[in-house]
Write a protein that binds this ligand. Structure first.
Ligand code: SF4
Length: 435
């Protein structure tokens, strides 16, 4: 039995893909190890969205190649988006790597691993059909199961590499999704998160996203249903109606905004205006009372003026997100923005804007969370937390809004407990068990 270790970088899609790869390899008799020591195969499942992440992966691969001192027949592979993006240059940049494989090629992984070629093996074909039908991912222990319902993206935002490394959009047939969710419920999972690059553009030709939410919401045993990441342009009235009708849908949504300037949204080719986004937030907040909204924001995209940036700050102040992932723009080779647009905001100004944005958002996050002090939160317990409270061990879980809640009482993973919130930071709620 060959032993394999898989290390994952980047977004939740990659975590789900690693679970898929683990399943494919286990079917071929591989043993999955939790650490790299002793593995004959080490796979790094990578992200291409940010440059420093790529450098980190190459550094890590180089470090892991040192294990060849103990395991001379070690096969080291780079999978995922970065493998797809850098297929041509990786063998030269990282000569210690044996295998480079893109996200549509994982079915062929056992075959390639059986090959003992001297040169680096490459498989980075993008496949419009591949949806990994029939493979049940080996999920990491946890209370939430990620279910990939669509792959790829057709939106081609000008700053984004995803459509080039993950290919065009395709949806998993609804029957297959329901089969997986029923299986998860039978295994004891109470929460599932439907996953896709633009998850609400899901359609298998007969079933659309609204229908799918209704069907998944009816699976017995699934108490919490989440989905990420939706695209603001794909919230049809039918999807919004489903949000109000399906009790299992959690009032926590990640809705990427990117900029509060129409001029910038146009340059980013996001497909919505500020007015449309604002209206959507209003409709979502009506549909899901108590909704916690999180977002993504970019500071210093091409041509961003002080006025554009101020519009972003104003909108963030107006819409009051619960939290946000905020980044400085950095061009990615191969994207439209990299080829055709000037990266003309000086680095120091990007940094300064990002700091202002973070300062504003952190304050809002703290205010929102402090407003929850005294309230009850139903928490789905995930397990022991790393924090101690005095001598007492603490536990943590998530509220329906997706907020992390820490409390000083032992509770089994996957149980639901009522916690009275007693204090809050911008990222975490702390409370006591309520009778
Ligand atoms: S919607 Fe835009 S940002 Fe999101 S994955 Fe597609 S191209 Fe990238």
């Amino acid at each position: 039995m060959r032993r394999v270790y898989i290390e994952t970088y980047g977004c939740q899609m990659n975590v789900a893909d690693s679970e898929l790869v683990a399943s494919i390899l286990r079917q071929e008799g591989y043993q999955i190890l939790p650490t790299p020591e002793g593995a004959e195969v080490i796979l790094l499942n990578t992200c291409a969205v940010r440059e420093h992440a790529e450098e980190r992966v190459i550094g890590r691969a180089s470090q892991l190649s040192g294990l060849r001192a103990h395991t001379p027949n070690l096969t080291l592979g780079i999978l995922g988006c970065m493998a797809q993006r850098l297929a041509e240059t990786l063998p030269e940049r990282a000569p210690f790597v044996d295998l480079v494989m893109g996200p549509d090629s994982y079915r062929r992984l056992p075959q390639l691993l059986a090959d003992t070629a001297e040169e680096t093996l490459l498989d980075v074909r993008l496949d419009r059909e591949e949806d990994y039908l029939g493979i049940d991912p080996i999920r990491r222990q946890g209370v939430n199961a990620w279910v990939t319902i669509m792959r790829g993206c057709d939106k081609f935002c000008t700053f984004c590499i995803v459509p080039f490394v993950r290919g065009r959009e395709r949806s998993v047939p609804a029957d297959e999704i329901l089969r997986q969710v029923r299986l998860l419920a039978a295994q004891g999972y109470r929460e599932v998160t439907l996953l896709g690059q633009t998850v609400n553009s899901y359609s298998d030709g007969e079933v659309d996203f609204a229908d799918l939410l209704r069907s998944v919401g009816q699976v017995e045993g699934i108490r919490r249903l989440r989905f990420t990441s939706p695209h603001p342009s794909d919230f049809t009235p039918q999807v919004i109606a489903a949000l109000t009708e399906v009790p299992a849908i959690c009032p926590g949504l990640h809705l990427p905004l990117q900029s509060g300037s129409d001029r910038q949204l146009e340059l980013m080719r996001r497909g919505y205006t500020v007015a449309q986004y604002r209206d959507l937030v209003r409709r979502l907040r009506t549909a899901l009372p108590g909704l916690a909204l999180t977002t993504d924001l970019i500071a210093g995209f091409c041509g961003e003026t002080e006025t554009d940036f101020q519009e972003t700050l104003d909108l963030v102040g107006e819409l009051r997100f619960d939290s946000a992932f905020m980044f400085k723009y950095s061009p990615r080779e191969g994207t439209y923005a990299h080829k055709k647009m000037a990266d003309d905001v000086p680095e120091a100004l990007k940094t300064e804007r990002l700091e202002r944005l973070i300062g504003l958002q952190e304050g809002i996050s703290r205010q929102i969370n402090e407003g929850l002090v005294g309230r009850l939160a139903e928490v789905l317990v995930e397990g022991p937390s790393k924090r101690q409270q005095g001598d007492t061990r603490t536990y943590y879980g998530r509220s329906p809004q997706g907020k992390t809640v820490i409390f000083p009482h032992e509770a089994p993973a996957n149980s639901l407990v009522q916690i009275r919130v007693q204090r809050a930071t911008s990222h975490t709620l702390f409370g006591e068990l309520s009778p």
